[in-house]
Design a binder for this molecule. Structure first.
Ligand code: AKB
Length: 316
């Protein structure tokens, strides 16, 4: 049977970059998304359908030997709060089905299906903490945070069961902070204020900010995001019961970012218009993350000052 990698949500910010990177290292890919591809890569098999179509997911696993899954299809925090039922269907139910198929077909194929799940700092809460470690208080207040936590736990449980059988599922996950790209401007998330603000400053447009100036959150650039995903998935084995790891490159307040941007683009104007739907979420997410476990178990590295980090984003 043909070996393939399955990517869901390949049109999104992370999915589109991960797809290109995986193609460039010679992987054979089946790419699933609810929308048509924005650009087509000749070697990729594209499927336009919903991740909630269980029959389709099952048939993909039946027709191909899926060795790895990169599961990016999801609703982000703000969109999930506005559509709780859809968030449950996509973020939770469909994710569980995909994990179940990966586990069951791993057993059928007498191997372990490697599964990547992008989790989020949204699993933390309800209080804002500094330098959050993976085991710190995990009581998310949002639907999105709860969806992410349930899937972290579900994947980790089936990973544990697979350890005894030596076949089934090899679950790996990263708790991402806000991701900042240089060529796409995301929406639907709470941390998206940062890439949106950077985009407005570069274009000379005024920005209306829904978070207060002192709100501090952790961030990572898109290049490090993608290299982290490739690195964690390329390791033959991760010798840890912990399956979910923190990563960050920088941590800064809204004011630190706006000051930096005004310094670079002196005519940039920002208006603060706090929105409680955004502020109440950001107030429960950590201001920074402890990444020691990622450094220890899969060689995550990040050694960059805030100035260097922000310059690397705006100069691309
Ligand atoms: C969001 O803000 O919803 C995401 C996230 C941190 O998970 N960017």
């Amino acid at each position: 049977m043909k070996e393939r990698i399955l990517i869901t949500g390949y049109n999104g910010e992370l999915g589109s970059k991960a797809l290109k990177e995986l193609v460039s290292i010679g992987k054979s890919i089946i790419a699933l998304d609810i929308n048509n591809p924005k650009e087509k890569i000749h070697s990729v098999k594209y499927i336009k359908d919903s991740i909630t179509n269980n029959e389709l997911i099952n048939s993909i696993f039946n027709d191909y030997h899926i060795t790895e899954v990169y599961h990016f299809a999801a609703l982000l925090s703000q969109t999930a709060s506005q559509n709780p039922k859809l968030a449950f269907e996509i973020n939770e139910k469909a994710s569980k089905n995909l994990i179940d198929c990966s586990y069951t077909f791993g057993i059928k194929n007498n191997c372990k299906t490697r599964f990547f799940f992008p989790s989020s700092i949204a699993v933390y809460g309800p209080r804002k903490i500094e330098n959050a470690s993976e085991q710190d208080i995990i009581k998310p207040t949002t639907i999105y945070g709860n969806n992410k936590l349930i899937i972290e736990q579900y994947g980790s449980k089936l990973h544990e069961e697979s350890l005894f059988k030596k076949i089934g599922l090899d679950f790996r996950s990263i708790r991402f902070p806000g991701v900042i790209s240089y060529d796409t401007v995301p929406s639907g998330g709470t941390t998206d204020y940062a890439p949106q603000m950077i985009n407005c400053a570069k274009k000379g447009e005024k920005f209306e900010c829904k978070l207060s100036p002192n709100t501090k959150l952790p961030f990572i650039g898109i290049d490090k995001t993608i290299s982290s995903i490739i690195d964690i998935m390329n390791l033959e084995i991760i010798e840890s019961k912990l399956r979910v790891f923190n990563v960050q490159e920088a941590s800064f307040s809204v004011e630190q970012l706006s000051d930096f941007l005004v310094g670079k683009f002196p005519s940039f104007k920002i208006k603060f218009n706090e929105d409680k739907n955004f502020q109440s979420v950001a107030d429960t997410w950590p201001s920074s993350l402890n990444c020691e476990k990622a450094k220890k178990f899969w060689n995550f590295s990040s050694n960059i000052s805030l100035e260097e980090f922000l310059n690397s984003i705006i100069n691309k």
